[in-house]
Design a protein around this ligand. Structure first.
Ligand code: NAD
Length: 314
């Protein structure tokens, strides 16, 4: 039975990943200090093959049992979190990734780091293939996240090239589904929360900026496929269906049957104008592509999370 370590396993993506790995017969060690995650995401997992360790990976840590796969997801991920935790975000990307790569090296485990489409910054190439080096503002407020992830990618390749660690890099594009926090500031949970309460939907700028949204189940399937491949270079995993934010707002209103109106607000600093993954590589090397449409994913999110959780008290 393989053992997987999941850092950030009590977060949105991490908790879905832990569940899927358990379903596939893995033993799962979840390491999470609950900074942006929650025990509520994992407390329903009643499985003797699952254990949670409350550790801050910015500090050196060690897991004293054999590990076959390391899924390194721990990091603040939503703008609200990384703007509140700029130094912790840089430290988890640097020290946290060092410590976790060292652990993977010790156990001779396959290591996968959760990178992000934000390494492309405000892209000048569209859609974004892995070969594009990006257009990131290193000193803007978002730089703490984007550069931490770019550094973590560089570190991962250095451990691979110099130390022989078996590494993989996944560039995750916007992913949504049950267990996103209603107040985490990302577009889909915000729009759902507002629509389900018939409150105005707040769209940044004129809403013409685009995003591509991947349902969590598709994303997790892609992460596991990449971890189980022998591939080392970065791979985009996301849904290439591209929508403007205005289209997203209208779709959410439609799916929820809401009476909400749309309200336009100031655009945040360095907000990317476009975002769409080129997933040719994932299709070729993993045979992976997403299958859940935006409309279906929104419906599933509402059904599985329930209105109460999506509206959520602050
Ligand atoms: P999340 O905030 O729900 O999960 C992150 C988890 O990491 C949390 O449970 C948090 O408590 C934990 N964590 C943070 N700092 C830690 C530390 N120092 N030690 C131990 N645990 C720590 O976010 P998410 O959306 O599930 O994102 C997971 C990963 O995927 C992140 O690395 C993120 O950058 C990446 N990602 C996510 C998306 C997305 O759309 N959700 C897009 C691109 C990349």
């Amino acid at each position: 039975m393989p053992t997987s370590l999941v850092t950030g396993g009590a977060g949105f993506l991490g908790s879905h990943l832990c569940e899927e790995l358990l379903r596939r017969g893995h033993r799962v060690i979840c390491v999470d200090n609950l900074e942006t995650g929650s025990l509520a995401n994992i407390e329903h997992i009643r499985d003797s093959m699952f254990v949670h360790r409350n550790l801050d990976i910015i500090e050196p840590y060690f897991i004293d049992e054999p590990i076959d796969f390391v899924y390194h997801l721990a990091s603040p991920a939503s703008p609200i979190d990384y703007l509140r935790l700029p130094l912790a975000t840089l430290k988890v990307g640097s020290y946290g990734t060092h410590h976790t790569l060292g652990l993977a090296k010790f156990h001779r485990a396959r290591f996968l780091i959760a990178s992000t489409s934000e390494v492309y910054g405000d892209p000048q190439v569209h859609p974004q293939p892995e070969s594009y080096w990006g257009h990131v503002n290193p000193i803007g407020p978002r730089g703490v996240y984007d550069e931490a992830k770019r550094y973590a990618e560089a570190l991962t390749m250095a451990y691979h090239r110099q130390q022989g660690v078996d590494t993989a890099i996944v560039r995750i594009f916007n992913t949504y589904g049950p267990r996103m926090r209603p107040h985490d500031g990302r577009a889909i949970p915000t729009f759902l929360r507002q629509a389900l309460q018939d409150r105005p939907i707040t769209v940044f700028g004129d809403g013409s900026q685009t995003r591509s949204f991947c349902y969590v189940e598709d994303e997790i399937r892609g992460l596991i496929a990449l971890a189980e491949s022998g591939y080392h270079s970065p791979v985009n995993i996301g849904n290439p269906d591209e929508f403007t934010l205005l289209e997203l707002a209208r779709t959410v209103i439609d799916v929820t049957g809401s009476k909400s109106e749309i309200l336009f607000e100031a655009l945040p600093t360095d907000d990317p104008q476009v975002r769409q993954p080129d997933i040719t590589l994932a299709r070729e090397i993993l045979g992976w592509e997403p299958v859940v449409s935006l409309r279906e994913g929104l419906q599933r999110t509402i059904e599985q999370a329930g209105v109460e959780a999506l509206v959520g008290a602050r």
